[in-house]
Ligand binder design. Structure first.
Ligand SMILES: C[S@@+](CC[C@H](N)C(=O)[O-])C[C@H]1O[C@@H](n2cnc3c(N)ncnc32)[C@H](O)[C@@H]1O
Length: 302
C-alpha cells in the first residue's frame, strides 16, 4: 500500500493568487497527490474542482484523499495538453487553473517508477505507465550524438558529450543506479553544481524527453486562456529554467494580445523557511495571471 504525502509548494501563495470563490469552478491540471487540491476544495461551497493527472497511480491516491468532498470533485486521467477538450466535455469554464509542474513525491520516492538515481530502479520515468517511451529506450538505443544533444538541451548540462559517450560505452545500462554511476564517473563538478548529485541534470533531461514535458507545457500554455472565464485566475508553478522561460514568454505574449493581465510583476520564490522545511520547494517559481474579459481582447487588437 502506498501512502505517499506530497507537501504542496507555495501553498499560501497559490491559494491567494487563485482568489477562490466558494461557488467557482477550479482546475488543478496536475492534481498529483492532491496537496493543493484539498486546500482548494475546502474553500468551495457550491463550487467545483476538476483535477487532472496523467499518472493513474497518483490519481487513485488523490481520489481517496478528496473523497470527503464528494461530487464537488471530478478527477480525470488525462494529459494537461487536453485541458480544453476536458473542459468542453464537462461543459465547464474555469474561474481558476493551477498547474504545479514536474514530478510528485510518489514518483520520486518509489524506486519502481525509475525517477530516482539514489537507488536502483528500472529505467522507466514514465509519468503515465501506459505510454510507450521509457528511459531504457533512450539510454540503450539512441545514437550517441542524439543522446548528447538531448542531455545538453533539456538538462542544460555542459558535460553532455562526455556523458553520452560514457553511456554508450557502458551499454546495456541496467538500472537507474547503474546510469547514475556511469554519469558520475565522467562528470566534472562545476562551482555550485557540487551541491547537486552529478546525475541530476542528466536525469532531468531524460525525464523531460520520456514525458514530452516541454511540448505538453507549450500546449497547456496555448490552451488554458480559452478555458478561463472572464477574471479567472491562472497560477503556474515551475521547477527549472526551461519551464519558467516558457511560462514567462507565454504570459507576456498573451498580455500583449489583451487576453491576460500578469499579476506577478516579478517571479515569486519560496521563503528560506519553506525551503528548509521542504527541500523540494527550493527551485520553485510561481507566476500568476488573470484572464481579461473578451471585450478587452478585441479592443486591444484594433
Ligand atoms: C509536482 S506534482 C503535483 C503535486 C500536487 N500539486 C500536490 O500538491 O500533491 C506534478 C504532477 O503533475 C503530473 N503531470 C506532469 N505532467 C503532466 C501532464 N503533461 N499532464 C498531466 N499531468 C501531468 C505528474 O504526474 C505529477 O503527479
Amino acid at each position: 500500500v502506498v501512502s505517499a504525502v506530497h507537501t504542496p509548494v507555495l501553498l499560501e501563495e497559490v491559494i491567494e493568487w487563485l482568489r477562490i470563490r466558494p461557488d467557482g469552478t477550479y482546475v488543478d491540471a496536475t492534481v498529483g497527490l492532491g496537496g493543493h487540491a484539498v486546500e482548494i476544495a475546502k474553500r468551495l461551497t457550491t463550487g467545483r474542482l476538476i483535477g487532472m493527472d496523467r499518472d493513474a497511480q497518483a490519481l487513485e491516491l488523490a481520489r481517496e484523499r478528496l473523497s470527503e468532498f464528494g461530487e464537488r470533485v471530478t478527477l480525470v486521467h488525462a494529459r494537461f495538453s487536453r485541458i480544453d477538450e476536458v473542459m468542453r466535455e464537462l461543459h465547464a469554464g474555469a474561474d481558476g487553473v493551477l498547474a504545479d509542474l514536474g514530478v510528485s513525491s510518489l514518483q520520486l520516492d518509489l524506486p519502481e517508477r525509475g525517477f530516482a538515481f539514489r537507488f536502483a530502479g528500472p529505467l522507466d520515468m514514465r509519468m503515465d505507465s501506459a505510454e510507450a517511451r521509457t528511459t531504457a529506450g533512450i539510454v540503450n538505443y539512441w545514437p550517441e550524438k542524439d543522446l548528447a544533444n538531448l542531455i545538453y538541451r533539456y538538462g542544460e548540462e555542459r558535460d553532455s558529450r562526455r556523458i553520452a559517450r560514457a553511456i554508450v560505452r557502458a551499454r546495456p545500462i541496467r538500472d537507474t543506479e547503474h546510469l547514475a554511476t556511469v554519469v558520475a564517473g565522467v562528470k566534472t563538478p562545476w562551482g555550485r553544481q557540487k551541491l547537486q548529485h552529478a546525475a541530476t541534470k542528466t536525469f532531468l533531461a531524460l525525464r523531460i524527453a520520456v514525458n514530452d514535458e516541454l511540448e505538453e507545457l507549450e500546449r497547456l500554455l496555448e490552451k488554458t486562456p480559452a478555458t478561463l472565464n472572464a477574471h479567472g485566475r491562472w497560477v503556474m508553478l515551475t521547477y527549472h529554467s526551461l519551464e519558467d522561460r516558457l511560462v514567462k514568454r507565454a504570459f507576456q505574449e498573451q498580455a500583449r494580445r489583451g487576453m491576460l493581465r500578469v499579476l506577478t510583476k516579478k517571479v515569486q520564490r519560496p521563503s528560506a523557511v519553506e525551503v528548509q522545511r521542504n527541500p523540494r520547494a527550493r527551485s520553485a517559481k510561481l507566476r500568476a495571471a488573470e484572464r481579461l474579459p473578451a471585450a478587452a481582447e478585441s479592443s486591444e487588437r484594433q
